[in-house]
Design a protein around this ligand. Structure first.
Ligand code: M6R
Length: 364
């Protein structure tokens, strides 16, 4: 049932090229540069978007916020569902509430959805599980088609959710006229390449390199993760994965926040994972790497193939295939998953059933 893999989690990590193919298939139209999502809501009618989710799905929401604001120029806010449901959110009939969930059963997300509906929002679900409770209560669904996910730590659902958010941003941007055809086509092409790029991430020499790095630092007591812009959620997701399955304490920050506090944590015992892939802000991230080095921290840099600038200053380098910045969170997430996975296995943890966690949180 695990298809020759030791764990469901590893199986699901390796299923990602196929899962992403299923997420994207039939939805991208090269000729027009448009996406067809079969959503019946009117994209021109929204003045504001609220994204609501928990855990990993919340981080997919943060990527979505960045992409939708960039490409569709609509104000977006992202909330953890347990906060949204109790904070008397400001909602009007021009609000689109997007709930993101693998299971479609998470109680806080379901209740937040009900609250948004009660206040008059239009609702859309970005959901994996067919026929789940949320799919029955939203106005419309964008299924991510990742297939069943059994490992408690979400992997393929996350990359599929992020790909779903990318398609939503393209859909909104094209329909609202804020995204020109040329950039639309370029990003569509970027989305189309995702299954292949993720396949490349899973090449044996790349996986072995991550395993070696994970083993080198598996006795660390704490980890810090840093990323910028559309990849700051990648840092949060990396820290969450590591905490869940290895029980190593991990913090994540937007890289620019480092100076405002977390820099005090840095010493020679602290591995710092820095997402330093291609970006218009890469120079700034390289400065962060230098600041960590100047305080004797150990830098594990996630770097695009062929880059030497960021790699030069790092103790260890995880190379990932080059990808356009807006699609790179999908590619970079795979490196985060593998780092967490091999750290946990080096510590003999039960990765499929980590302590205290349930696959689906259906009680508050
Ligand atoms: O089923 P959902 O996507 O609504 O679940 C949300 C979270 O409970 C879930 O992502 C959780 O954080 C995972 N264990 C993350 O790996």
């Amino acid at each position: 049932e695990k298809g020759g893999f030791d764990t469901y989690m590893l199986k699901e990590i390796y299923e990602q090229p196929q899962a992403l193919t299923n997420t994207l298939i039939g939805r991208l139209h090269d000729d027009t540069g448009e996406v067809n999502l079969d959503i019946n809501l009117d994209p021109a009618s929204f003045k504001r978007i609220s994204i609501i989710a928990c855990g990993t799905a919340f981080y997919a929401g943060l990527v979505g916020e960045y992409l939708i604001e960039q490409l569709a120029r609509i104000p977006v806010e992202v909330d953890v569902a347990s906060e949204y449901r109790y904070r008397s959110p400001l909602v009007s009939e021009n609000t689109l509430a997007i709930v993101i969930s693998q299971s479609g059963e998470t109680i806080d997300t379901l209740e937040a959805l009900r609250e948004a509906k009660k206040q008059g929002a239009k609702t859309l679900g970005v959901i994996n599980a067919k026929g789940s409770s949320m799919t029955r209560e939203v106005d419309d669904v964008l299924y991510i088609h990742a297939g069943p996910e059994i490992g408690v730590a979400s992997t393929k659902a996350y990359t599929a959710m992020v790909s779903g958010m990318l398609m939503l941003a393209l859909w909104l941007g094209r329909a609202r006229g804020t995204l020109n055809e040329e950039l639309g086509r370029e990003l569509l092409q970027g989305a189309r390449e995702l299954p292949r790029l993720v396949e490349e991430c899973l090449q044996p020499e790349r996986v072995e390199n991550i395993q070696r790095i994970a083993q080198k630092y598996h006795q660390a007591r704490d980890y810090l993760f840093l990323g910028r812009g559309v990849n700051s959620p990648t840092a949060f997701e990396g820290a969450l994965k590591l905490k869940e399955i290895s029980y190593i304490h991990a913090e994540a920050y937007a890289a620019g926040e480092m100076k405002h506090g977390p820099i005090a944590l840095i010493d020679e015992h602290l591995p710092v994972v820095v997402i330093a892939t291609e970006s218009f802000l890469l120079e700034k991230t390289i400065s962060n790497i230098q600041e960590v080095k100047a305080r004797s921290g150990k830098v594990i840099a996630v770097v695009s193939d062929g880059d030497t600038d960021a790699a030069r200053h790092a103790d260890d380098v995880i190379y990932v295939p080059r990808a356009a910045e807006m699609v790179s969170p999908v590619v970079n997430a795979v490196a985060m998953q593998l780092l967490a996975y091999f750290t946990a296995t080096a510590l003999n943890r039960d990765v499929d059933k980590p302590r205290n966690l349930a696959k689906s949180v259906t009680v508050e």
